[in-house]
Design a protein around this ligand. Sequence first.
Ligand code: CDP
Ligand code: CDP
Length: 226
Amino acid sequence: MEKIAIAIDGPASSGKSTVAKLLAKEFHFIYVDTGAMYRAVTYLAIQHKVPFDQEDCLVQLIKKYPISFEQTGNGQLVFVNSQDVTEAIRQADVTSAVSEVSAHGKVREQLVRIQQELAQSGGVVMDGRDIGTTVLPDAEVKIFLVASVEERAQRRYKENLSKGMKADFDSIKEAIAQRDYLDSHRTVSPLVQAEDAVKIDTTGLTIDQVVAKIQAVILAKGFEIT
Ligand code: CDP
Ligand code: CDP
């Protein structure tokens, strides 16, 4: 498989990371979960009691505590300053604050630079909100995943239950809708479909069906899947 870049964007729980991991595994590409990076900064802010509106202090945290990934068979582990925060960054306190932290232009500047470095050699599947528009505007394949808010909340609800986490459907749905709103309405790099992205509505589709649709897009663009 040619070492292309595949950008997968979309709102919360549209299935980005699940399908991105599967595609990366299939093609032996690296997988970069950019949401995990914004979550890691938010986690650091909570740990170090930095208020979420203090942009310059948040940037200092990124500079002081390097964020890194370790690829595993099924995805990746996330580290800040060599501490494994893979689980901690998925907790509710991080989720509820991450959209405020990620709205800062200087925070985004720092993380986008790291993301672009990670993608430098190609052979990458990267998921987030602004990959096709800002991080990798020249990505060979751009996908924009969507699904109804009802279905996305249902998916997150089931996921939380399966992990033994607290789950209340209505509050999950409300939190997702609020994050969608904040992510789509911020001034810097809002969540928006790139003009040349292919939109896939995943409502009612299984993970395998979504992967098959993306493979069809890759083939239609003339890349061989081997
Ligand atoms: O997995 P989930 O959809 O819950 O979110 P995520 O991909 O982990 O992203 C968490 C948050 O990070 C998003 O709600 C955005 O506020 C922010 N984010 C962003 O601003 N830009 C990205 N490229 C990725 C995530
Ligand atoms: O990365 P993002 O927040 O866009 O979504 P995800 O974490 O990949 O998917 C959220 C949940 O939905 C996971 O538990 C997936 O297994 C599930 N999912 C699904 O049931 N059907 C799909 N077509 C895609 C994801």
